[in-house]
Design a protein around this ligand. Structure first.
Ligand SMILES: Nc1ncnc2c1ncn2[C@@H]1O[C@H](COP(=O)(O)OP(=O)(O)OP(=O)(O)O)[C@@H](O)[C@H]1O
Ligand SMILES: [Mg+2]
Length: 401
């Protein structure tokens, strides 16, 4: 990347200094994003080999070979269930996301959400910054879209817009003139505006509602009775639930990625969700953050009365050290209730491969493994186990388990 030209004007006071930093920051971010993250239009999805494709579709590679033959026919010259395979340039069978999802359906392995059931609406939230909320959201979306074949909507509720960048959109640069680009209009003007906020992603079956710094102003707008159609739109913490009514029949899973705070967007997410999920690193600050977060949520939800099928924490960034073991046991104690543990049994390990995927602004499900393949498999397997456990709860909620 080319170096930026030097700013020649000396700042004359704090405000001037802040202005100059923010101006330079905006142009650096734009260059960085052009450099690092592939824009949405250029993003393509990877393909998978036969062993991975079969496993993801819930069958063995030999069953897949039996039902998908080079001629599309079996030995008795009858058409096989899955027809002919596609091949990569190297001559090996190659499977796209939509092909994996077709195979799953044709082989009868798709666990559909019943029409009458609500989608799983999962809010990933905790007070504490950098506690893997967005990583969880983006990988759960990948898991739901690829390993379950569901229709997924991800909603970025964080003005930082980190989730948005995972799908090739650039917060603050794409759609800046479009008032409907984020969730704001749907929450302050007209709930049906949510339909205009939905954009496509590189995944056939993941849609996105993006975020940018305009979301910072939402607290001011929502809490000001003159500014947000309170008469027609009702209680400020129900706005996201209201808006979701207009899109929820299009999805099986809706993921809400919250900012590390307890602002109005977080309360709206808590209210709209039927599953409340908090990632916890095994450290003292996670414990204190969860303690103060639940204290506030207790006060708010006494009045708002959200209806959660499940409230669950899960451990992330697990390392093999004594400190991790001690903190883990304290968190287990914290989440042990009279009706059972609120902690998922499976944990996410500390993973350099996952870190690498997030640096590439991708989920582990999209990156083509490179470097240490064993470490990549450990990361994806750990996330799969969390996905399996969570979707076990979701399928119970849907009554299809
Ligand atoms: N299992 C993991 N092992 C190692 N690093 C991880 C893991 N999961 C996430 N990370 C790293 O942790 C960092 C923070 O993750 P993430 O952005 O998901 O946190 P967040 O809670 O969404 O942050 P914020 O509060 O700013 O929204 C990222 O750089 C990511 O690469
Ligand atoms: Mg985040």
């Amino acid at each position: 990347m080319e170096a930026l030209k030097h700013e020649s004007v000396e700042p004359t006071g704090s405000s001037d200094t802040f202005f100059q930093i923010s101006k330079r920051g905006a142009s650096i971010i734009k260059r960085l994003q052009n450099h690092l993250s592939q824009p949405h239009e250029l993003r393509t999805m990877r393909q998978w080999r036969i062993n991975d494709a079969a496993r993801m579709a819930g069958i063995s590679p030999s069953t897949l070979r039996k039902h998908e033959t080079p001629s599309g026919l079996n030995v008795a010259a009858e058409p096989v269930k899955l027809g002919k395979p596609s091949y990569a340039d190297n001559g090996q069978r190659a499977y796209s996301l939509s092909r994996v999802n077709d195979i799953r359906r044709i082989m009868g392995n798709y666990k559909a959400k019943p029409d009458h059931a609500d989608p799983a609406i999962i809010a990933t939230s905790i007070f504490k910054g950098g506690n893997h909320k967005t990583t969880t959201t983006v990988n759960l979306a990948g898991y739901a879209a690829l390993l379950k074949g569901h229709r997924v909507l991800v909603i970025d509720l964080d003005p930082q817009g980190t989730l948005t960048t995972y799908y090739g959109y650039r917060p603050g640069f794409d759609y800046v003139d479009d008032d409907n680009a984020t969730i704001i209009n749907a929450m302050t003007e007209d709930p049906t505006a949510i339909k205009n906020a939905v954009v496509k992603t590189q995944w056939d079956n993941i849609d996105l509602i993006m975020a940018d710094s305009r979301l910072e102003g939402l607290d001011l707008t929502l809490y000001n009775p003159d500014m947000n159609q309170q008469k027609s739109m009702g209680p400020v913490f129900n706005r996201l639930s209201m808006a979701l009514e207009f899109v929820k029949s299009d999805y099986d899973v809706i993921l809400l990625d919250c900012a590390p705070n307890a602002g109005s967007l977080t309360y709206n997410a808590v209210q709209a969700a039927n599953i409340f999920l908090f990632p916890l690193k095994p450290d003292a600050s996670s414990i204190s953050s969860l303690t103060s977060f639940t204290h506030i949520l207790h006060q708010v939800t006494q009045y708002t009365k959200p209806s959660h099928a499940y409230i669950r924490g899960f451990l992330t960034d697990i390392k093999k050290n004594e400190e991790s073991v001690l903190m883990r046991s304290l968190i287990e104690t914290l989440l042990n209730t009279s009706s059972g543990s609120l902690l998922l049994e499976n944990v996410m390990i500390h993973s350099v491969e996952l870190e690498r995927a997030t640096n590439d602004l991708s989920s582990v499900y999209e990156v083509t493994p490179r470097g240490d393949i064993q470490a990549y498999r450990r990361a994806i397997n750990a996330f799969n186990r969390i996905g399996d456990e969570l979707f076990g709860l979701i399928e119970t909620m849907w009554g299809v388990r």
